[in-house]
Design a protein around this ligand. Structure first.
Ligand SMILES: [Zn+2]
Length: 143
């Protein structure tokens, strides 16, 4: 929270000026932490780097610093997303592999062939979906 020196009220760092007197302007220093965490959240939600940079510049951050802030966080977010992508990819491979068992039961067994086929298709479908999603995470670095 930021305190207005004129009205002595506290207000959110999301405000660029005091909501009561509308004259007191907090310094960039008082708002920078808020601005950075807002940028981090937006990045996780898939916002474009360039949009976030220009938003920070509008808030008074120098373009050099805005670039550094966004670049550093974007790298972090992308790394985490890629790691998640690899987990999805391996989960998908495991599921496709597991789908082989019900398929084998359906092909070589004599009973409940429809059930085993359905189970195999379900596992294979989920596996392929994970493979696709995981690959997309790894390539794009976003969800
Ligand atoms: Zn005020």
């Amino acid at each position: 929270m930021i305190e207005c020196t004129t009205c002595k009220i506290s207000f959110s760092p999301s405000c660029r000026i005091c909501p009561r007197c509308e004259t007191y302007e907090p310094t960039l220093n008082e708002r920078i932490e808020y601005l950075i965490s807002a940028a981090e959240i937006a990045l996780e939600e898939g916002a474009a780097d360039a949009d976030l940079e220009s938003k920070l510049v509008q808030e008074g951050v120098s373009s050099q610093e805005a670039h550094e802030i966004v670049h550093e966080r974007a790298t972090k977010v992308r790394r985490a997303t890629r790691y998640y992508g690899y987990k999805r990819l391996f989960g998908g491979i495991a599921m496709v592999f597991l789908a082989g068992f019900p398929f084998a039961a359906a092909i070589f067994g004599t009973t409940r062939r429809v059930t085993f086929t359905a189970l195999g298709l379900m596992l294979a479908g989920m596996g392929v979906r994970l493979l696709v999603l995981g690959t997309r995470n790894i390539l794009a670095g976003r969800d």
